[in-house]
Ligand binder design. Structure first.
Ligand SMILES: Nc1nc2c(c(=O)[nH]1)N[C@H]1C(S)=C(S)[C@@H](COP(=O)(O)O)O[C@H]1N2
Ligand SMILES: [Mo]
Length: 222
């Protein structure tokens, strides 16, 4: 009797662990074997994903695709709450863009995603809006000027070198801030806020330039 009770307890625990294991796999996208990484795009050579470096204040964030939404709030006519599927259904942008970190490393990649212009087409923008703040799942944040985002048709990428962004690379979305330093390339974005106020993000409030143009001075002390 006692043995039977033990056996059923152990069976129960094993089943629970197996079920958790499966759920965990769904929540943490890893490189899908059926997706092949591109090594060239637009006539240019790409840096392979395992040669790219990775920098984050609190390490990798694991976002559940099923429950994820991108919130769009602030000086818009309509606040939005976009699911991952809704983001994928918006017009697709696809470009070669180089990423440069202030530390002196960088990489060349193909980025695929949705432009902020498409999102603002749906939300509308109120007159006087100037800045857009990007809030991330790890508490990180950064901001960029609305004019830059609109004129350069900046995108939020969900694919990198033609494979779905993995969790360590910012799943579901990384901002592709062309011509600006890496700390503007927000990963694991959960919320976008449009504002008429200036804003200093995580590194910007610690002395880094709020403009962050690649090739220009990035830090106030050197
Ligand atoms: N959410 C979040 N996004 C982030 C960071 C971070 O710590 N948290 N680090 C930034 C910095 S400093 C760099 S250089 C790039 C690195 O991005 P990568 O993974 O594409 O190389 O991510 C940026 N985006
Ligand atoms: Mo960086």
């Amino acid at each position: 009797m006692v043995l039977y009770a033990w056996m059923s307890t152990i069976t129960f625990v094993v089943v629970i662990l197996l079920v958790c294991g499966c759920v965990e796999k769904q929540q943490t996208p890893t490189l899908n074997a059926s997706e092949k990484e591109d090594s060239f795009y637009d006539g240019r050579e790409l840096t392979s994903i395992d040669e790219q470096r990775n920098n984050a204040i609190k390490g990798t964030q694991f976002i559940n695709k099923e429950t994820y939404t991108l919130q769009v709030t602030g000086m818009v006519n309509r606040s939005l709450n976009l699911t991952y599927e809704e983001l994928l259904a918006l017009p697709v942008a696809d470009r070669f863009v180089r990423m440069d970190c202030v530390e002196g490393w960088g990489f060349d990649a193909r980025w695929t995603g949705v432009t902020l212009n498409s999102i603002f087409n749906d939300s509308g923008l109120q007159p006087g809006a100037e800045n857009v703040i990007f809030y991330c799942a790890d508490g990180y944040s950064t901001s960029l000027e609305l004019d830059y985002l609109r004129e350069k048709d900046i995108m939020l990428a969900y694919r990198l070198n033609n494979v779905t962004l993995t969790s360590d690379r910012g799943f579901p979305l990384q901002l592709v801030a062309e011509g600006r330093y890496g700390y503007k390339w927000a990963k694991w974005i959960t919320h976008i806020e449009v504002t008429d106020q200036p804003y200093a993000g995580f590194w910007e409030s610690r002395g880094y330039s709020n403009v962050a143009i690649v090739g220009e001075r990035a830090y106030e002390f050197f």
